[in-house]
Write a protein that binds this ligand. Structure first.
Ligand SMILES: *Cc1c(COP(=O)(O)O)cnc(C)c1O
Length: 461
């Protein structure tokens, strides 16, 4: 086994976007946002999600600036932060402060964005199966638009809007047939999956007609989201053209000029040292702007205002998870030894390796260590698929009590966390300029027991 083939993971500045840009070794240990990992682990415990606030803000700003610049000669652009990647009040405030709007797809996400002071008009309401309560809440908050996913949902939103005496602005989520995204479960624009109104089957067109004729709906645009962790610009361009073609047909046949199109999210990031650099916001924004400009010139229709919804690309590289090493064992394989390194978290704080076979990398963070050995970082849960990092070379002298850092965990870590094995979910600490603070506190077993009805009734009998 050639250790050189295992993804490198040092925060030495050579792998732009893998680690937060502030991460570096100071006196042997890794510091993030100017705070050493030993200090973080001692103060807050592990496992711990660490979020570099400056990096989060800089990435949000980079998208906003790139889109504003690329679409300045067209009809302008909006960037919606996809809240599902990771949302809490501090994050919603930070992205809103950088000029972003917020995508919500549940009551919880919507209320979190509202609690952060994001105005309803700056929130997009998503979801393929919105509840009555969610639609009512969104209408009362006067959200900027609903992204409607199906014909049945159109009727549903229309009837609730009628009851509320409101008119709901609607974007239709259409599926373009573009296949993109690393894993089947991350590909959302093909025909055979749950999301959206198919352009090919005619459902999208039916939805257009239905929306135009619904008294309490206003059709404002078309929406497409092709998948997640996409690294090829062409996939976004192809989907954009398909959406613009449909918009042109709406103009041609119904005489309606839809003011907005939303190209969704899905912009990939680097997860390991073996990944190449993803396209930059500036590259992606200018590619989308070229498609919009040329389509508009060819079709002779005014260009739409454009929005996009990056989640992972903004918050993923701002986050690092810290774990404490526990038991360690080595197995002998045909091509050499593999060391299993068990940490104090696992699939409950990062389900992505088990769910999508997602690759990550790790570094010994509390000191430098010596030698290298092929390693697999695993969690503490009762599943052999409970893997944090499948393949990584880690120091030979790694031992219980060391702190491991796994970079690029800011997105879909905490937001997908579970209480499997009755493990309390880790909290999130924001770091910035040498200071740290909880932005989501750590769950405790008391929090879990507080939901246990028989526990609460104890002593009554
Ligand atoms: C998941 C999702 C996003 C964000 O995806 P990322 O891969 O995090 O950028 C944006 N829009 C919609 C509709 C989504 O479902």
């Amino acid at each position: 086994m050639n250790l050189e083939n295992l993804p490198a993971a040092e925060p030495d500045g050579s792998l732009d976007g893998l680690w937060p840009s502030s991460a570096r070794r100071v006196g042997g240990e890794i510091a993030i946002g100017g705070v050493g990992v030993s200090e973080l682990a001692a103060e807050y415990g592990t496992p711990l999600y660490v979020l570099d606030e400056d990096v989060l803000r800089a990435r949000a700003r980079a998208w906003k600036e790139a889109m504003d610049e690329a679409f300045s000669r067209l009809r302008g652009a909006d960037v919606y932060y996809a809240g599902k990647a990771f949302l809490c009040v501090a994050v919603a405030k930070a992205v809103a402060h950088e000029g972003l709007a917020v995508d919500a797809c549940s009551e919880g996400e919507l209320r979190t964005a509202l609690a952060a002071g994001v105005p309803g008009s700056r929130i997009g309401m998503h979801g393929n199966n919105k509840s009555r309560e969610e639609v009512e809440l969104a209408l009362r908050a006067e959200v900027g638009h609903f992204v409607v996913d199906s014909l049945a949902e159109l009727e549903f939103v229309d009837s609730i809007a009628r009851d509320e005496g409101a008119v709901a602005s609607v974007m239709l989520r259409v599926t373009t047939g573009v296949h993109a995204g690393g894993h089947e479960y991350m590909s959302t624009a093909v025909e055979d999956q749950k999301f959206g109104l198919s352009i090919a089957s005619g459902a999208a067109w039916q939805a257009v007609e239905k929306t135009v004729n619904a008294p309490n709906l206003r059709l404002v645009g078309l929406h497409s989201h092709i998948g997640s962790q996409i690294l090829v610009v062409e996939a976004f361009e192809e989907a954009a053209r398909a959406v613009l073609d449909l918009r042109a047909r709406v103009h041609r046949e119904i005489g309606l000029e839809l003011r907005e199109v939303d190209f969704g999210g899905g912009y990939g990031i680097r997860y390991t040292g073996g990944d190449s650099a993803p396209p930059s916001p500036a590259q992606l924004a200018s590619a989308l702007a070229s498609v919009v400009a040329s389509h508009s010139a060819e079709s002779g229709i005014e260009p739409p205002r454009v929005s996009i919804e990056p989640g992972r690309n903004i918050v993923g590289p701002a986050g690092v998870t810290l774990y404490t090493v526990g038991t360690v064992k080595t197995v002998e394989l045909e091509d050499g030894p593999r060391r299993y390194v068990s940490v104090d978290g696992g699939m409950s704080d990062n389900i992505r390796p088990a769910l999508y076979d997602a690759a990550y990398t790790a570094a010994l963070a509390s000191r430098e260590g010596e030698g290298r050995v092929r390693s697999r970082v695993v969690g503490k849960h009762c599943e052999s698929g409970d893997i944090v990092v499948r393949d990584v070379s880690l120091p030979e002298d790694l031992a219980a009590g060391d702190i491991l850092a796994v970079p690029a965990t800011g997105a879909y870590g905490r937001s997908m966390a579970s209480n499997y094995n009755h493990v309390p979910r880790p909290g999130v600490v924001a770091v910035r300029g040498g200071a740290s603070r909880w932005i989501v506190r750590r769950e405790t077993v008391e929090d879990l027991l507080a939901l246990d009805a028989d526990y609460l009734r104890r002593g009554e009998d």
